[in-house]
Design a protein around this ligand. Sequence first.
Ligand SMILES: *[C@@H]1O[C@H](CO)[C@@H](O)[C@H](O)[C@H]1NC(C)=O
Ligand SMILES: *[C@@H]1O[C@H](CO)[C@@H](O)[C@H](O)[C@H]1NC(C)=O
Ligand SMILES: *[C@@H]1O[C@H](CO)[C@@H](O)[C@H](O)[C@H]1NC(C)=O
Ligand SMILES: *[C@@H]1O[C@H](CO)[C@@H](O)[C@H](O)[C@H]1NC(C)=O
Ligand SMILES: *[C@@H]1O[C@H](CO)[C@@H](O)[C@H](O)[C@H]1NC(C)=O
Length: 391
Amino acid sequence: MASLGVVPFIFVLLIVECAARPFYPLPSKVEHKTRQPLQTFRPYNIAHRGSNGEIPEETAAAYKKAIEEGADFIETDILSSKDGVLMCFHDVTLDDTTDIAEHKEFANRKRTYDVQDANTTGYFIVDFTLKELKSLRVKQRYPFRDQQYNGRFQIITFEEYISIALDASRVVGIYPEIKNPVFINQHVKWPGSKRFEDKFVEMLKKYGYKGSYMSKDWLRQPAFIQSFAPTSLIYVSNQTDLPKIFLIGDVTVPTQDTNQSYWEITSDAYLDYIKEYVVGIGPWKDTVVPVVNNYSQTPTDLVTRAHAHDLQVHPYTYQNENMFLHYNFSQDPYIEYEYWINKIGVDGLFTDFTGSLHKFQEWNSPLSLDDKDASALLHKIALMLSKYRKK
Ligand SMILES: *[C@@H]1O[C@H](CO)[C@@H](O)[C@H](O)[C@H]1NC(C)=O
Ligand SMILES: *[C@@H]1O[C@H](CO)[C@@H](O)[C@H](O)[C@H]1NC(C)=O
Ligand SMILES: *[C@@H]1O[C@H](CO)[C@@H](O)[C@H](O)[C@H]1NC(C)=O
Ligand SMILES: *[C@@H]1O[C@H](CO)[C@@H](O)[C@H](O)[C@H]1NC(C)=O
Ligand SMILES: *[C@@H]1O[C@H](CO)[C@@H](O)[C@H](O)[C@H]1NC(C)=O
């Protein structure tokens, strides 16, 4: 009798072991050639500045977390150090997301510069060398997010960011932005009178990023180049056929290079023109679905018109917190994803919470139905059995 009791117990252990394995497809250490490919059948999960909802933005840790959580693309902003090294950093000033204020040795570096027609004061990234930038530590932008990682991670270079994507055990795309190109070209000079955009494309080429959207080369190392500056996108289109995304800001913000209004750059005539250079647009989501008093209004026709021009639409930014969710979504990010994916029909989403978007998509359009069904069943059985095990 005693020995009979042992057998079911071992069986339970085995099942629980199996079910402890990740519920959703996650990267595994596999050969480069056999890496799980990029999924292309459902909207792209674009990890905005990495998993910055959880970990300080644009750090190696934030990108690795995003890859673990299921990102299709890791997204970044490229700026430059004083000595011309391309860096992953969002703001032109270091004030809001680093510990620069605690570095007395840099106290005399505060400046006021004209940034997109506004006088901005602070510690500018373009006044610091790579070595100096590496002595700083990044901190969380928002007070309502987890602060425990403040002071732990460095700013990373464009090159380090690319390595993180290439080292992933499945195919993970990159989505770098040519950030503030007018400002960077004013403040940073490269040998041979190269422009910021030239250095940006050189780096992509150095690591083998090439090929048009969905080509074999592209699928091996997927990349989207994004910018708010149309002239930068047109300029680099001469140097690479990698797909480009034209970012569109708020209705009140003119383009930084051509000083065009929102209405001009979203007109049918302009979409007709820009589609020769880009595969899609990346609008701020409130310009697609306007918001009044935190309630979403009737969507504009931007997505419909962009699709009519064969342009993809990747809006930004999706965030889990109450203060970012419109009341129509009952403070539930899944309801927001459901609306944007199934009602608005977007082709990609910039999210601060890649894990949430991944889970939503895995429930609604799983990567592999067979795998998921099997694992769900196993999970159910294990849960039932584990109740007995605890007793
Ligand atoms: C910035 O400041 C300078 C000097 O005070 C002033 O002349 C200029 O008009 C300001 N520019 C803007 C865009 O406010
Ligand atoms: C693209 O390259 C061609 C040939 O070198 C040149 O004539 C043209 O001006 C370039 N276009 C842009 C937008 O730089
Ligand atoms: C940009 O355009 C606006 C509106 O047409 C105009 O008032 C402004 O002076 C322009 N700015 C620059 C820097 O050309
Ligand atoms: C959001 O809710 C408000 C208030 O009930 C309603 O007027 C509006 O139409 C809703 N928006 C959408 C896009 O359904
Ligand atoms: C509602 O909107 C206002 C202004 O747009 C914003 O300041 C506020 O945080 C929002 N509140 C919530 C709960 O979303």
